[in-house]
Write a protein that binds this ligand. Structure first.
Ligand SMILES: [Fe+2]
Ligand SMILES: [Fe+2]
Length: 284
């Protein structure tokens, strides 16, 4: 099972060259499912949603699950933001804001973490999340939750971007045996277990963030990128692919492996940097 995780394309601030390179690369990778974790547009303008829809049409013809980000709500048009925050998103880009996809043994549940009154910070209604998780059919082989805002981050200066009540949300997801949580927002890829920030959870989850796949809004040390998820039995392999401006194409830069242990959840098995084949990083 192979899942492509894209995030933060920010149409309106996109790099046409990155789009061409990404589309070429993704065709070769042949994912079976695609997740797009928000900030689809730069300013929620109609032409930006239309450009995003054309981009999605050019991706491989497999199920696509997307959730909105804070940039997908009109920033300056206050009446629109308060009364019709997702009308353009639904009409021009994707019909649902909290979709669900089940593909074989994999279940993906999308949440909207960009409420209209908080146009940058993320928040989820924990009671609504609980009700939704409780209503799910029996556990699949892999349960994935997707929302735009991060539950964890690599850099200290990004901590203020962590979703509101992140600890309570992490506990809730863990109680419902969520395996993998996907997000974006800070444009800084990350793949590690919940044990770093939430060490007391009964069931450790894998937390993954994708960078910005095609926009100019990149950060130092985090060029345009996407992630690839592969489930092989009880092992999860996550790959980060980057495209630097001077390189001919997207290339894998990092691979991390996780194994599911009975009753404990996911633990890191290895980390491998492609730039340095000798550099296998053992789990802590
Ligand atoms: Fe973003
Ligand atoms: Fe964002």
């Amino acid at each position: 099972m192979r899942i492509l995780h894209l995030s933060d394309p920010h149409f309106g601030a996109e790099r046409p060259q990155a789009i061409a390179k990404l589309l070429a690369c993704v065709q070769r990778l042949r994912p079976q499912l695609i997740v797009l974790s928000g900030d689809i547009t730069q300013r929620a303008r109609p032409e930006q949603f239309r450009a995003a829809a054309r981009f999605v049409e050019q991706l491989p013809a497999v199920p696509v699950l997307t959730v909105p980000g804070n940039h997908d709500i009109s920033l300056y048009n206050l009446p629109r933001r308060l009364l019709l925050p997702f009308t353009r998103y639904r009409k021009l880009f994707y019909p649902q804001i909290e979709p669900e996809v089940r593909y074989g043994d994999v279940e993906v549940i999308g949440f909207n973490s960009a409420p209209r009154w908080r146009h940058i910070d993320g928040e989820l209604d924990l009671d609504a999340v609980r009700r939704r998780l409780e209503a799910l059919p029996p556990r699949p082989a892999l349960r994935i939750c997707v929302f735009h805002h991060p539950l964890d981050c690599r850099r200290h200066q990004d901590q203020h971007n962590i979703i509101h009540r992140g600890a309570a949300l992490a506990a809730l997801l863990s109680q419902h045996r969520v395996d993998l949580v996907l997000g974006g927002h800070i444009h800084d890829p990350m793949m590690r277990t919940s044990a770093h920030r939430y060490p007391d959870l009964d069931y450790a989850m894998v937390l993954m963030l994708a960078g910005t796949c095609v926009s100019r809004r990149t950060r130092l040390g985090a060029p345009n990128s996407f992630n690839l998820v592969e489930l092989q039995g009880e092992e999860l392999l996550l790959q980060r692919w980057d495209w630097e401006l001077d390189r001919p194409e997207f290339e894998p830069v990092l691979r991390t492996g996780f194994r599911r242990e009975l009753g404990r959840g996911w633990v890191l098995t290895h980390k491998y940097r492609y730039s340095d084949p000798q550099n296998w990083l053992d789990p802590p």
